[in-house]
Design a protein around this ligand. Structure first.
Ligand code: MTE
Length: 305
């Protein structure tokens, strides 16, 4: 069956009343509008916005990966992640929730609305892609288990199975890989748990069978192969933040104005653009400022990077 793109809206179709658009239109249309809002109409950025939601190829997305559990090279995950067993898959959901438990992924999926989201992915290393995910809103899963009043953060944990994950036999990171979001970030409609790519099940190297995707944050926040979700009242352990807090903040919102101590974050290299293609400007909040700026009102984003 032919795969049809859902990003066929043009700028003219995008309306500021994004809340009235259906979710699919929101992603395709509002993304184009968002960059303009965030950057005050900077012509360069607007030009970068035009047409940049054309997804990368399956080959690019599945062969250029970061998944340190399978090695630190970009092609290591594609070579090694086949060994990971992903069925059955269970997710432990605990902490400040009404219905804690160990849930089968099939049981979760039966209750969720899976839809396509075409999102930019901006790695902290200054490369980027456009990825046609399928997934469901994390907020729906949180509602399923019932978040209790005191909860302020959501913590996530990746599978830790050294016999299937050769990279974890070395102390490259403090395994298991862990990440965290503030509760309002986790509940934001752009935040999804992805289960597919190009309408097919997520390949192991991209975080099968289920991963987080937070498109306005650097890619390392989008933790793969999630086996545990914990609601908590304290800022959770986040692997890269704990590894080097000077270089990787807890928030890690994409921000062209706050450089990494060792490189500029003002521009990025789009994977598949060719060796000599021009770098493109990085957009504030990765182009999703129209939707997420209000989450950070009054916060110094240079301090809380
Ligand atoms: N999740 C786990 N468990 N381990 C990882 O090494 N790498 C992160 C993130 N999630 C990583 C992870 C980084 S740095 C990025 S940029 C994205 O996954 C890359 O996702 P992709 O390989 O699907 O493009």
């Amino acid at each position: 069956m032919a795969y049809r793109w859902k990003n066929d809206l043009t700028r003219a179709d995008a309306t500021p009343e994004w809340a009235f658009l259906n979710r699919r239109q929101l992603i395709a249309g509002a993304a184009a509008a968002a960059g303009i809002t965030a950057l005050g109409g900077a012509a360069r950025a607007a030009a970068a916005e035009e047409g940049d939601l054309s997804p990368n190829s399956w080959e690019e997305i599945t062969n250029y990966c970061n998944f340190y559990e399978f090695g630190t090279g970009k092609t290591d995950p594609a070579s090694n992640a086949g060994a990971m067993t992903t069925t059955p898959w269970q997710i432990k959901i605990d902490g400040l929730v009404d219905r804690p438990g160990t849930y089968d992924l099939t049981e979760i999926l039966a209750k969720m609305t899976v839809e396509e989201r075409i999102y930019r992915l901006r790695c902290v290393e200054a490369w980027s892609m456009v990825v046609p995910w399928s997934g469901f809103e994390l907020a729906d899963l949180l509602d399923m288990v019932g978040v209790q009043d005191g909860a302020r953060y959501v913590a996530f944990e990746t599978l830790h199975r050294p016999e299937e994950m050769p990279g974890t036999r070395y102390p490259v990171l403090d395994w298991p890989y862990r990440e965290g979001l503030r509760l309002d970030e986790a509940r934001h409609p752009l935040t999804i748990m992805a289960t597919g790519l190009y309408g097919k099940p997520l390949p192991n190297q991209n975080g099968a069978p289920i991963r987080l995707v937070v498109p306005w944050k650097y890619g390392f926040k989008s933790i793969k192969s999630v086996v545990r979700i914990t609601l908590t009242d304290k800022e959770p352990f986040a692997t890269w933040n704990q590894t080097n807090a000077r270089e990787y903040g807890f928030y890690s919102n994409v921000n062209p104005e706050v450089d990494h101590p060792r490189w500029s974050q003002a521009s990025e290299r789009r994977i598949g653009g060719g060796l000599f293609s021009a770098r493109q400007p990085t957009l504030m909040f990765n182009g999703y400022g129209g939707e997420v700026t209000s989450l950070y009102e009054g916060m110094d984003l240079a301090k809380h990077f």
